[in-house]
Write a protein that binds this ligand. Sequence first.
Ligand SMILES: Nc1ncnc2c1ncn2[C@@H]1O[C@H](COP(=O)(O)OP(=O)(O)OP(=O)(O)O)[C@@H](O)[C@H]1O
Ligand SMILES: [Mg+2]
Length: 281
Amino acid sequence: MNPIEVEHLSRTFNGLKAVDDVSFSVREGEVFGFLGPNGAGKTTTINMLIGQLKPTSGRACIMGWDINAQKDKIKQHIGVVHEHQNLYERMSGQENLVFITRLHGVNPRRADQMLERVGLGEHAKKRIQHYSNGMKQRLLIARALLHQPQVLFLDEPTRGLDPSVAVEIRKLVKELAATGVTIFLTTHYMDEADQLCQRVAFINQGRIEALDTPEQLKVFHGSCTTVITLKDGHKHNLSLDTAEERQRLADWLAEDSILAMHSGEATLEEVFLKLTGRSLL
Ligand SMILES: Nc1ncnc2c1ncn2[C@@H]1O[C@H](COP(=O)(O)OP(=O)(O)OP(=O)(O)O)[C@@H](O)[C@H]1O
Ligand SMILES: [Mg+2]
């Protein structure tokens, strides 16, 4: 049994299919990415999987518990960081976490452990209003993990963060997965999905259009471009998909006019555009 199992899950809002017949499973310790543009259905999927929103049809299980019939059982197994989430600004990082441990009957010592775990040990006593956005995001992740859940849901964990801060958050996510936490994350940053996720589902208008490892998605759906630099200094981008382009290459080779050739792998962004006709941003 996988920590997350989803079968034909759908959710309709007033006739709009926000999530349309999605099926997938996520393995233990995997970082699974839901990659899609605004309004694709990412948050709606998370809200159903964490028991906050009733599916219109289909089913899903988290750690073997049904999200509909047994949603109270799910709470202890999941941690969630929502898209827009607040901390108590006037409290310190430590006070924020201790407050939650009291609320949920968790040993308060977990607060300090988690602060260390996410690299905020030295900022424990600082008020949230003096935290940077990256530090707040770390604290939200720490808060979601206080009760030691096996599955962590992250809804756009790096949205709005500076690139250098986003790198730190991704590193933390990787470390958490390495300790066996199963991570479901949504993003519309293709680099994030590429670097972080073992497998990625492309979601567009509520439907999963493709699901595979980033490498396979690029190899199967992306066309490799070849950059050719001629001895006369001109550069040409060839996809080598057509007989015409292959002939051009053959001609240059026959004329011995090629100085250098480099092949470039397709990006997930290109593959997404090819499969859905939509850009990610
Ligand atoms: N409570 C709701 N009532 C009506 N429509 C909704 C509701 N929640 C979401 N929707 C609609 O469902 C679709 C999917 O929304 P969702 O929030 O899941 O997208 P998303 O992929 O998370 O987008 P974003 O990247 O902007 O966060 C959108 O068209 C949205 O307007
Ligand atoms: Mg969303």
